[in-house]
Design a protein around this ligand. Structure first.
Ligand SMILES: *Cc1c(COP(=O)(O)O)cnc(C)c1O
Ligand code: SF4
Length: 346
């Protein structure tokens, strides 16, 4: 039996009836700018072939992605400013991001790294990975390594094992974290071999990226349970997206479902200003109102922190009165973790 294949182009979307032939022509420049990829699992999660479907809207390209605004950035969260060696971002003293690959299992239309991922750029070579690991070994202040990308879980368990084994051998690396969308979009990758890799370092956490309850199919729930059952704590991060999850009932349903699956909601991200994502944007004011509506409505431990990444590489801060001050409608001053203030407008 031939396994169902991923859809990796607008033509593939036409074949599956997700885009019609006429629209396909106008979408060519979009796919040239930003990679397209949907897995068979995602195709099953899509229930209606329209933008009102929360899964469809996250992965099927739209013409509006060609609308670019002056305040949108190629590197909205400023990773580049803190890249110490290739594939390694050291912004906070105690934590680093390690990006072994720039490939993902799917390409989200609102991705904050959309200029970098999916271009077919190869991941780190052996030598580059060696240099990144040497940097970590040489910096004893690094307590946590966060594997991200791209999506680190698209790598084979064998390649991951080589990386994790080396990290586990560095005494000062006390914590390991994976940021991934794979359990949601390709749950069959959560295999016994992968679970073994996740247990190699004694304090490994997995942070899944999930934005709507519709993404949690039975196969996904099973993959999440397999991780939790094997002793790996699973947390979640979500992005607040207009038309996908920007109402309190939808968010409450998502966070409660995650909690019931023993996944801890960690962050709700305000959307970063990546190019061609304005149609997904809601205001900070609306985001705050949604969070206020959730408080008191769901278990405290099921409520993530609402955070914003300050453009330019100044860090993530909670969207609360301590950090985000409205100066006039739509204009803000945001204090970074070091107390410096930055202008922000919408
Ligand atoms: C988000 C991020 C981290 C992790 O931050 P936590 O608040 O610990 O989840 C680390 N480094 C960089 C550069 C980040 O953007
Ligand atoms: S899986 Fe993550 S990195 Fe990859 S496209 Fe989606 S948001 Fe971007």
């Amino acid at each position: 039996m031939k396994a169902a294949a991923a859809v990796t182009s607008v033509d593939g979307l036409v074949e599956k009836d997700l885009v019609d032939g006429a629209a396909a022509e106008s979408l060519r420049p979009v796919e040239e700018a930003f990679a397209v990829r949907l897995t068979p699992e995602v195709l099953q999660q899509i229930k209606a072939l329209e933008l009102g479907d929360p899964v469809f809207a996250q992965y099927v390209p739209q013409l509006r992605e060609l609308d670019h605004w002056a305040d949108e950035l190629d590197d909205p969260i400023g990773d580049d400013a803190h890249e110490k060696v290739k594939g390694l971002v050291h912004r906070y003293p105690d934590r680093v991001l390690l990006k072994p690959t720039l490939t993902c299992a799917v390409y989200c239309r609102f991705c904050f790294r959309r200029e970098k991922v999916g271009g077919g750029a190869p991941g780190l070579t052996e030598a580059e990975m060696g240099a990144a690991l040497d940097y970590i070994a040489a910096h004893s202040e690094i307590r946590e390594v966060i594997l991200t990308g791209g999506d680190p879980l698209v790598l084979s368990p064998r390649r991951l094992e080589a990386i994790v084994a080396r990290l586990a051998a560095i005494a000062h690396v006390k914590l390991l974290r994976f940021h991934t969308r794979v359990p949601l979009v390709e749950p069959q990758r959560i295999s016994p071999a992968l679970l073994k890799v996740l247990r190699l370092h004694p304090a490994t956490r997995v942070v899944i990226h999930v934005n709507h309850e519709a993404e949690i199919s039975p196969a996904v729930a099973e993959a999440l349970a397999a991780m939790v059952d094997s002793g790996v704590p699973v947390l979640s991060q979500s992005v607040l997206l207009k038309g996908v999850n920007d109402d309190a009932a939808t968010l409450a349903a998502l966070f409660q479902r995650l909690a019931a699956l023993r996944v801890s909601p960690y962050y709700l991200h305000h959307l970063d200003k990546a190019r061609g994502t304005a149609h997904f944007r809601i205001s900070l004011k609306k985001g705050r109102e949604l969070m206020a509506a959730l408080r008191g409505r769901i278990s405290g431990f099921a409520l993530p922190a609402y955070v914003i990444d300050i453009p330019g590489g100044f860090g993530k801060v909670p969207v609360n009165a301590d950090h985000v001050l409205e100066i006039s409608p739509g204009r803000y001053e945001i204090a970074d973790p070091w107390g410096r203030r930055h202008r922000y407008s919408e």
